[in-house]
Design a protein around this ligand. Structure first.
Ligand code: NAD
Ligand code: ZN
Ligand code: ZN
Length: 347
């Protein structure tokens, strides 16, 4: 089968021919229908080999941690799904047995590191291929009519902001303001989720007129250039009150610093972007009682909820589709910041 593989540190990924994997035990083989491209793939491809090793990522690696497919074959012990079922893959694989996994938050599994369990595309072989091996049917959620191209980004680009936003909702009362920094794959869904799930004012920050216009199309009340001038802009549109929550979906030092300067007392700074930035917490560094969090991905129950939000039309995904043979160009476009919404590879 064809697969988009990252094989050599510093070199672009290439399409290779590799054997179709065979499911054993409780594994499920999916024929991939759609695979989303996340900025975290670019993060992986920008790291030296020692960091990849520490993250449990060996090369060559088939990329892709957003996946949707149709069941093509079942391991002898696989139960709960049938050949032909169309399913979305929950990628934050855990052991399924520890206390945390029992809550559905398998992405925070207590034993995954010890047991060497890694997500597809981030250690295990990923979805940018004709077939994908899934470790267990409990990591598969029925599409129930959703378009595979839309469903693939829901498994991360929507699930991750949903998991980031949901705990903050009680604070996002009418009259409050949430800021979203970075209006890409995750950010355009973060804006829609905030609009759908709360009555807060939504302010988006990005770079470039096209991105700011896109943010407004997605429902942002205001969109400003992501630089120091945004602090005064946020002060103005909040009547001096500043933001109750900032979702930094870039995570570099300039955006973390911006986030820390845009909040008022008792606010939340949620760092979602995998950058090298940090928000220093200390008595004099942030307004009183500011909460700083860096959540990872989302839970299995939340994936069900996100798929339901898309089925009801509450959120929609902006996609650009690419053939598997052209998948490497997706990352060139991502690097050039010319993608609109999520790039989805259709094998
Ligand atoms: P993307 O490439 O689709 O979008 C990134 C957006 O950020 C683009 O619109 C770009 O113009 C904008 N941007 C770049 N620099 C900026 C700046 N200084 N200020 C404001 N905007 C800026 O990326 P994505 O796939 O949406 O991923 C976003 C980030 O989230 C990445 O760092 C990714 O690794 C991370 N991520 C984290 C998790 C998690 O579990 N925490 C999950 C998925 C992705
Ligand atoms: Zn991702
Ligand atoms: Zn576990």
């Amino acid at each position: 089968m064809k697969a988009l593989r990252y094989s050599t540190v510093g070199q672009p990924p290439t399409i290779e021919n590799i054997p179709v994997p065979e499911p054993v035990g409780g594994q499920v083989l999916l024929k991939v229908l759609a695979a989303g491209a996340c900025h975290s793939d670019e993060f992986v491809m920008s790291q030296p080999v020692e960091v990849l090793g520490a993250l449990g990522i060996g090369l060559p690696l088939t990329l892709g941690h957003e996946g949707v497919g149709e069941v093509a074959a079942l391991g002898p012990a696989a139960t709960g799904v049938e050949i032909g079922d169309q399913l979305a893959v929950f990628g934050g694989w855990g052991c399924g047995r520890c206390h945390t996994c029992a809550t559905g938050a398998e992405q925070y599994c207590e034993r995954a590191a010890t047991l060497g369990i890694r997500p597809p595309g981030l250690g295990n072989q990923g979805s940018m291929a004709e077939y994908l091996l899934v470790d267990d049917a409990r990591h598969l959620v029925p599409l129930d009519g959703l378009d595979p191209v839309i469903a693939a980004p829901l498994t991360d680009a929507a699930l991750t902001p949903y998991h980031a936003i949901k705990p903050v909702l009680p604070k996002l009362v009418p009259g409050s303001t949430a800021v979203v920094i970075g209006v890409g794959g995750l950010g355009h869904l973060a804006i829609q989720l905030l609009r759908a799930l709360s009555d807060c004012q939504v302010v988006a920050l990005d770079i470039g007129a096209d991105k700011l216009a896109f943010a407004k199309e997605m429902g942002a009340h205001h969109a400003f250039t992501s630089d120091d001038s945004a602090i005064e802009a946020v002060r103005e549109v909040t009547g001096g009150k500043m933001a109750t929550a900032v979702f930094d979906i870039v995570g570099i030092q300039p955006t973390c610093t911006l986030a820390s300067r845009m909040v008022h007392f008792q606010s939340e700074i949620v760092v979602v972007g995998v950058g090298d930035g940090a928000v220093p917490v200390g008595f004099f560094t942030l307004p009183y009682n500011t909460v700083v969090r860096a959540p990872y991905w989302g839970t299995i129950p939340e994936l069900h909820e996100v798929l339901a939000l898309a089925r009801s039309g509450t959120i929609s995904v902006e996609t650009e589709t690419f053939a598997l043979d052209d998948a490497a160009t997706v990352y060139e476009r991502m690097h050039a910041r010319t993608l609109r919404g999520r790039a989805v590879v259709v094998p």
